[in-house]
Design a protein around this ligand. Structure first.
Ligand code: UDP
Ligand code: MG
Length: 324
C-alpha cells in the first residue's frame, strides 16, 4: 500500500466509536457493502475514542486483511466531536463522510449523498424527519435544543441534523484551519459556508448497546453549540437589566407617593423579600452564563492539542496534514 494508492482515494468514511463492540462488526459490513457498490476507491477511518471494550481490537483485526480499514486510536476518551475532527485531519478522500458507529445513520443513504455531491453540492447533510426507538425525553430535548440554537445563533444551523453528512475536500480543508477546542462540528460546517443541501431520512434505532450521550454530555454539547455560535446569552443581562430598572423606577415613584401622601409606609416587607429573591436569582444565573464563556476562553487560551493519538493503523498523518 504505497502512496500511489493513497492519492487515488475518492471517499473517506469517518466512524467514531466509543465502546461499540456489539455493533462494530455489523457496521463495518454494512458500510463496506455500500462503499464497494460505488466502484471507486475509499477508506474507512475508525476513530477509537478511548473505548474500554474490544472495539479497537476488532478493527485492528479487520485492518490486517482489509487495507481500506484504518484505525486511529486515542489515548483516552476525548469525545465524539473531537473524534470526528481527528478523522478529518487524517482523511485523504475527495469527499469525506461522517457516520455514527451504531447504525442509527443508515449507510445506504451515502449513495444519495454521493449523487448530490456529484451534482455540485459541497456539503450534503442528513436531516432526520423521524427518530425511532429513542425516549420521548431525548426527542423532546433534541428538538428544543435545535430550535433554541436556531433562535440564538448568528449562523443559521439546520434543525434536526446530526453529524451524518458528506463534505467536499474544500470544506474539510477549511474546517481543519479552525483551531477551537470546544467544537460543535455541525455548526462549524454551517459557518464555513459553501453549497449545502439536505437529504431527509428516518433515524433508526441503535443496533445494540446504549447511547454514549447521557444527559451530562448532551448538556455539554448544547452549551458548546450555543456558546460557540452566539453571544446572545451574555446580552440577556443587559436587556433584562434595562427592563428591571424601568420596573424598579416605576415602583420607586409609587413608594415615594406612598411616603408623602399616605400613612402606611412600612408594609413593604413581602415585596422586598420577593424582589430580592428574583434579583439575586437572576444575578446568579447571569454569573453562571458569564462563567460558561470565561471557562471556554480559558480552555481555548491554554492551546492544548485537541486529542492525543496512541497509535494508528494504515494512516499517514504527515501526508494528510500537508493537504491544503
Ligand atoms: N461517541 C464517541 N465518543 C464519545 C461518545 C460517543 O466517539 O465520547 C460515538 C459513538 O460511538 C457513536 C457516535 O459517537 O458512534 C454517537 O454516539 P451515540 O450513538 O451514543 O449518540 P446518540 O445517537 O445516542 O445521540
Ligand atoms: Mg446513536
Amino acid at each position: 500500500m504505497g502512496s500511489e494508492f493513497e492519492t487515488e482515494i475518492r471517499y473517506s468514511v469517518i466512524i467514531p466509536m466509543y465502546n461499540e463492540e456489539e455493533v462494530i462488526g455489523e457496521t463495518y459490513r454494512r458500510i463496506k457493502k455500500v462503499m464497494s457498490e460505488t466502484g471507486e476507491h475509499y477508506e474507512l477511518i475508525f476513530v477509537n475514542d478511548g473505548s474500554k471494550d474490544r472495539s479497537a481490537a476488532i478493527i485492528k483485526d479487520y485492518s490486517l486483511w482489509d487495507n481500506t480499514v484504518k484505525l486511529l486510536d486515542f489515548s483516552r476518551n476525548f469525545g465524539h466531536q473531537i473524534a470526528i475532527t481527528a478523522g478529518m485531519d487524517y482523511a485523504c478522500g475527495d469527499a469525506v463522510v461522517i457516520i455514527d458507529a451504531d447504525l442509527q445513520d443508515p449507510p445506504e443513504l451515502i449513495h444519495t449523498m454521493i449523487a448530490r455531491w456529484k451534482e455540485g453540492y459541497e456539503v450534503v447533510y442528513a436531516q432526520r424527519i423521524k427518530r425511532k426507538g429513542e425516549t420521548w425525553f431525548k426527542k423532546w430535548s433534541a428538538g428544543a435544543f435545535y430550535r433554541l440554537l436556531r433562535a440564538a445563533s448568528d449562523t443559521p444551523i439546520p434543525v434536526d441534523t446530526g453529524d451524518f453528512r458528506l463534505m467536499d475536500r474544500k470544506v474539510v480543508n477549511e474546517l481543519k484551519k479552525l483551531p477551537e477546542n470546544n467544537r460543535f462540528v455541525r455548526g462549524l460546517v454551517s459557518w464555513v459556508g459553501f453549497r449545502q443541501i439536505a437529504v431527509e431520512f428516518e433515524r433508526d434505532e441503535r443496533l445494540a448497546g446504549e447511547t454514549k450521550y447521557p444527559l451530562k454530555r448532551m448538556l455539554k454539547l448544547s452549551l458548546d453549540g450555543i456558546t460557540s455560535f452566539s453571544t446572545k446569552p451574555l446580552k440577556i443581562a443587559g436587556y433584562a437589566g434595562i427592563l428591571l430598572s424601568a420596573v424598579g423606577f416605576v415602583y420607586l415613584l409609587y413608594v415615594i407617593y406612598c411616603a408623602l401622601f399616605t400613612a402606611s409606609t412600612t408594609k413593604g416587607w413581602a415585596s422586598i423579600i420577593s424582589l430580592m429573591l428574583i434579583f439575586d436569582g437572576f444575578i446568579l444565573i447571569m454569573l453562571g452564563v458569564l462563567g460558561e464563556y470565561v471557562g471556554r476562553i480559558y480552555e481555548e487560551i491554554k492551546g492544548r492539542p485537541l486529542y492525543i493519538v496512541r497509535e494508528t493503523f494504515g494512516l499517514e498523518k504527515a501526508r494528510s496534514k500537508e493537504r491544503k
